[in-house]
Design a protein around this ligand. Structure first.
Ligand SMILES: NC(=O)c1ccc[n+]([C@@H]2O[C@H](COP(=O)([O-])OP(=O)(O)OC[C@H]3O[C@@H](n4cnc5c(N)ncnc54)[C@H](OP(=O)(O)O)[C@@H]3O)[C@@H](O)[C@H]2O)c1
Length: 293
């Protein structure tokens, strides 16, 4: 019998790609979409061969019916507490009620288990949801992919093609940062959704580069050697982020306020993977840094 995988957040950037990878593997894919979801995105899923289930995440009966008979539920939703904790909890309860054996939460981040509470608001939401997962009976797998590689094209302080600078903190100019493309994350997640032996945590990176590596890459691929900028200590960075957050209460209702973006950068210099699970699915081919800067 064909595997059936349910994807929540299937209309999103990552969710759509996960559906595409699952369809390639000839799996039955069900997308949980909302009545308010963009019809063009829903249509594109339909054309791909995905079965569409228009369900609100707070409708227990409909949600449980959508999960019935599935082998894994994958969540790729994005949002704040109402989505990452409240709505995902509804999804988790429905997954369990439907007898689905496995769940992949919408973590797709740096390894937040190694990041203290208060340093990254969006990771704290994932930590809170993780506690519910740990208390439940279901088998779950979190995928830690570090940072999506497209950030290297957004002119952040880490790699800024406009100012031609590369930032580092503390003495971490050689600190390797984990980057994974969205396509690689989706391909790995699709494999993990079918992997009944997948452990609680899997850690991946398409490539790992340090600020000094980025300087060398700037010379090679951007035609000019960028300047390496010492941004001071991590301690000061953490304190600065806390002050910025306190000064911007409205940002608590935004997904990516400025201080949260800085918290992501802080997290990238605070934790990195010790060991990668890239080889777990040997057919996967990983993207290269030179195609992403
Ligand atoms: N590591 C990194 O660097 C990095 C960077 C970006 C994102 N991420 C993570 O990757 C995951 C996917 O992100 P993305 O960029 O693909 O997100 P996205 O494109 O914004 O898509 C979000 C999805 O969540 C759905 N959604 C939002 N609120 C919902 C609700 N209340 N109920 C049901 N569905 C809801 C949306 O549905 P509608 O279409 O109906 O709105 C959409 O399908 C998230 O965990 C995100 O934090 C990681």
């Amino acid at each position: 019998m064909k595997n059936t995988i349910v994807v929540a957040g299937a209309t999103g950037n990552l969710g759509h790609r996960i559906c595409k990878e699952l369809i390639k593997m000839e799996v039955t894919v069900r997308a949980i979409v909302r009545n308010s979801s963009d019809p063009k995105k829903v249509d594109s899923l339909k054309k791909m061969g995905v079965e569409i289930f228009p369900v609100e995440l707070f409708n227990k009966e409909e949600l449980t019916a959508a999960c019935q008979g599935a082998t894994c539920v994958v969540s790729a939703v994005t949002g704040l507490h109402d989505v990452i904790v409240d709505a995902q909890l509804e999804l988790l309860h429905a997954t369990i009620a439907a007898g689905v054996p496995r769940f992949i939460p919408s973590d797709f981040s740096s390894d937040f288990t190694a990041i203290p509470k208060g340093e990254n608001r969006n990771f704290d939401l994932r930590k809170e949801f993780e506690q519910h997962l740990e208390q439940s009976s279901i088998k779950s797998t979190t995928i830690f992919n570090g940072c999506f590689a497209d950030i290297l094209r957004y002119n952040t302080p880490l790699f800024n093609a406009t100012t031609q600078t590369v930032a580092f903190y503390d003495d971490k100019a050689d600190w390797k940062i984990d980057f994974t493309t969205m396509d690689d994350t989706a391909a790995f997640t699709a494999k993990a959704a079918l992997d009944t032996n997948a452990p609680r945590f899997l850690r991946i990176a398409s490539f790992r580069v340090s600020p000094n590596d980025l300087i060398a890459l700037s010379e090679q691929y951007k035609g000019k050697r960028f300047e390496l900028v010492d941004m001071g200590s991590m301690e000061r960075f953490s304190a600065y982020n806390k002050i910025q957050r306190a000064k911007d209460p409205a940002g608590e209702d935004e997904l990516y306020p400025k201080w949260q973006q800085a918290q992501y950068l802080y997290s990238m210099f605070l934790v990195h993977h010790q060991k990668l699970d890239n080889d777990r699915y040997p057919t996967l081919v990983w993207s290269k840094v030179e195609d992403n800067i």
